[in-house]
Design a protein around this ligand. Structure first.
Ligand SMILES: [Zn+2]
Length: 78
């Protein structure tokens, strides 16, 4: 994959953890835990044995990955 920032070739890899934990993304603009939970994305679900693919740009220090669609996240604001 070409880096969307600099156009150079990115290195393919996987998001993984040494311990069986999920990796969550939370929006910065939500204050309460409930709001964060309602708008969070489980990027890596350990219990589904996920190791999602991500691409790293060594030049820009950027990581790019597909976001899994989850029931607890709305992809559009509409
Ligand atoms: Zn780059």
């Amino acid at each position: 994959m070409e880096c969307p920032f600099c156009g150079r070739l990115m290195q393919a890899g996987r998001i993984d953890t040494a311990k069986p934990v999920n990796i969550e993304w939370y929006p910065e603009d939500k204050e309460s835990y409930l709001e964060k939970a309602e708008n969070s994305i489980t990027v890596k679900n350990t219990y589904k044995f996920e190791r999602p693919v991500a691409y790293l740009c060594f030049h820009c220090h950027k990581l790019v990955m597909d976001v899994p669609e989850r029931a607890n996240f709305r992809f559009t604001q509409d």
